[in-house]
Design a protein around this ligand. Structure first.
Ligand code: NAD
Length: 492
């Protein structure tokens, strides 16, 4: 079996500030979750370093906002092109650091590039308007302006794409940004610093500060120069950030946790459902905010769907994502395995049944030290079980029976979350009606991965505020100003 190697680093494992590598403070070891091998020792930013980064971003923003939108867009589009040209290196680094299989990592690099490309194009489409004034001889100019310095905080599951969504939108809007990647995956973020410099980004416009959420997050939340805070993370972190940002009345853009329902309508093609659901649940081994968390299936179809899923899940190849042909990698760390395991145990203890578990990684000695969890299919899951109520964040497929579609929709909505959801069926009118009734920011109808740069994606209820992607993604980083003034008249 051939194993891909780590690329040579073109970056240093410490904060990237003002176009240079900054010494940083305490160090932390980054390990490959598939093997527990050390990849790098990363210096973190302490509070004083983050403050310096913000000050540098304030200076850089004064010039960046004055550059034409076309020029700003060009830098972003060049970043997209550079990322695609170096897809292999970025994908190998991403797999080593995060654990997802190489093919999924390459897909994430393309997905990240699509946001640089999209916002590179959107940069020139910030339209104001002139509005009628109620008094004669006057008019209103309504303008959208860059908000200032943006604080960007990202999680470890899509450490490149989540950063790309925020960085591209903030910079397209004319903001500068201070980006804090997740503690467990700082390398792929640092790798972007020199790449954007090569694309023509002026120094200081993007500062990348690895560090602890409690330290870097607090400084970003409290520093008066940071005007927008954009977080992708758990709902608990979103709530903590809101509280920390409250005294400074900062704008917030929050992409938080989910508990996506996946409704299989009675007329659905079960082979198609099994194929799509398996792909969805094996993506990043289920550690995805939009993954299916509760699969509602008609009671008459539960056994058949479980059987088809068992075949697909058993066929999946698990292991080190740098090896060829791997379908699913490890979880991010051992603690994650313990937590997902506890959800499965509680479900089984209260009446659910394990139909299939794929432990194929156990035969591979090199994954002995990795944090693998067996992809699992559960039947007989009830709404009150923790596996249905909590965000699982692992490759577990819980099947919940229903007898009436109306009831399935009601149960699907009985969650404080409202991020993604899925509806599968042959009758598109019925699919459309069910999709409209679901309380979620996005609904995939017969589609397991509807997220694209072209559309706004964001949660409702406790899944967040605001959106990323689409034209809406840019607005998160713009402020509106109205100028009310007399209409000029021709001087005679
Ligand atoms: P997390 O909330 O623990 O961490 C996310 C980021 O927030 C990290 O960079 C972390 O260091 C930082 N952070 C932690 N405490 C902080 C604080 N007090 N102040 C400021 N920053 C702080 O989440 P995670 O474990 O990295 O990621 C998993 C979670 O993210 C899941 O709940 C998942 O659903 C969610 N997520 C949501 C989306 C989305 O688009 N809605 C996408 C991916 C992940």
């Amino acid at each position: 079996m051939s194993i891909k190697t780590l690329p040579d680093f073109w970056f240093e494992p410490r904060p990237w500030m003002d176009g240079q590598w900054h010494p940083g403070g305490e160090t932390v070891t980054v390990r490959n979750p598939a093997t527990a091998e050390k990849i790098a020792e990363v210096s973190r930013a302490d509070a004083a370093t983050v403050t310096l980064a913000i000050e540098g971003a304030v200076k850089a923003q004064r010039e960046w906002r004055e550059i034409s939108a076309v020029e700003r867009g060009l830098v972003l589009k060049r970043t997209a092109a550079l990322l695609l040209a170096r897809k292999d290196e970025f994908a190998r680094l991403l797999t080593a650091e995060q654990g997802k299989p190489y093919a999924q990592a390459a897909g994430e690099v393309e997905y990240a590039a699509s946001f640089f490309q999209w916002f590179g194009e959107e940069a020139r489409r910030v339209y104001g308007r002139i509005a009628a004034h109620p008094e004669a001889g006057r008019e209103f100019f309504i303008e959208h302006k860059p908000a200032g310095v943006a604080g960007l905080i990202t999680p470890w599951n899509f450490p490149l794409a989540q950063g790309a969504k925020k960085v591209a939108a903030a910079l397209a809007a004319g903001c500068s940004a201070v980006w804090k990647p997740a503690e467990l995956t700082p390398l792929i973020a640092l790798a972007i610093g020199p790449l954007m410099r090569e694309a023509g980004l002026p120094d200081g416009v993007l500062q990348i500060v690895p560090g602890r959420g409690s330290v870097v997050g607090r400084v970003l939340a409290e520093h008066p120069a940071v005007r927008v805070l954009s977080l992708t993370g758990s709902t608990a972190t979103g709530s903590a950030l809101m509280i920390a940002a409250a005294p400074g009345i900062k704008r917030l853009s929050l992409e938080l946790g989910g508990n996506a329902p996946f409704i299989v309508l009675p007329d659905a093609d079960l082979d198609f459902v099994a194929e799509q659901l398996t792909r969805l649940k094996l993506l990043v081994s289920g550690q995805v905010c939009v993954t299916a968390n509760r699969v509602f299936v008609h009671a008459d179809a539960e056994a058949a769907l479980a059987e088809k899923l068992a075949v697909k899940i058993s066929d999946a190849r698990l292991g080190n994502g740098l090896a060829d042909g791997i379908d699913a990698g490890p979880l991010i760390h051992r603690q994650a395995c313990t937590e997902v395991g506890a959800l499965v145990e509680q479900a089984v203890a209260t009446g659910a049944r394990i139909v299939c578990e794929n432990r194929s990684y156990e035969s591979d000695a090199t994954s002995r030290d990795g944090s693998f969890f067996p992809p699992t299919v559960l039947t007989g899951v009830r709404d009150d079980m923790r596996v249905a109520r909590d965000e699982i964040f692992g490759p577990v497929i819980p099947l919940l029976r229903y007898t009436s579609v109306t009831d399935a929709v009601r149960r699907a909505n009985e969650t404080p979350y409202g991020l993604a959801s899925y509806v599968y069926g042959r009758d598109l009118a019925q699919c459309r009606a069910v999709a409209s009734a679901i309380e979620a920011g996005i609904v995939g109808v017969n589609e397991w991965r509807p997220l694209k740069a072209e559309i706004p994606f964001g949660g409702i209820k406790q899944s967040g505020i605001g959106a990323e992607g689409g034209e809406e993604g840019l607005r998160e980083f713009l402020e509106t100003q109205v100028i009310s003034m007399p209409k000029p008249v021709i001087a005679s």
